[in-house]
Design a protein around this ligand. Sequence first.
Ligand SMILES: [Zn+2]
Length: 197
Amino acid sequence: MIAQLNLNTRQTYQPFYDEVASGWCVPPNPALTPEQIAGLRKDLQDMLANPACDKFTKGVLDQLGKTNPASAPFSNDALTLFDKQNGFNQLTSAPPFGQAYGTIGGNNAHINIFLPLNNATSHNAAARSMFHELVHNSPGSGGRVIGHPEMAQAAYAVAISQGYKNVPMPPVPGSKDNDFASSLYFEAREFDACRRR
Ligand SMILES: [Zn+2]
């Protein structure tokens, strides 16, 4: 998608944050219908019905608030963050499976998401992608998206404090490909806590 853009069109679009396209991107494809948004909200709710996942996601958002109080998440409840989004659009190809921009505090939080296929595993994966994006634009003030390295550090601290075993160290800040490695690291910790069992 990025490769299709020329420099002139890039400048008219919003900055997005995700592991593949952390630059400029066309707000892609159709806005989600109310039914599609309700479906994704239910996917998220189903994921959080797993108590370990609910505890992990709240722990990550609380931890980010502690380490970066100026950009503290608006809430530690992912469904509340979902309900504070200003809009959702569909990604029609993947990866990435999600993109976020804006912040809740800036009143411009927006997520683009790849819709799940019609099976339970795919719905759970979409919910995990959704949580990842909700963390990015969760700040209730400050206007700054939360980046992958911060997310990885928070996920590590929470996984250790919540008793997960064999938790690897997160990528070293500033190391090569740190952003992408941190994104994958965050997703691995989220997978441990939130995958469908
Ligand atoms: Zn991301």
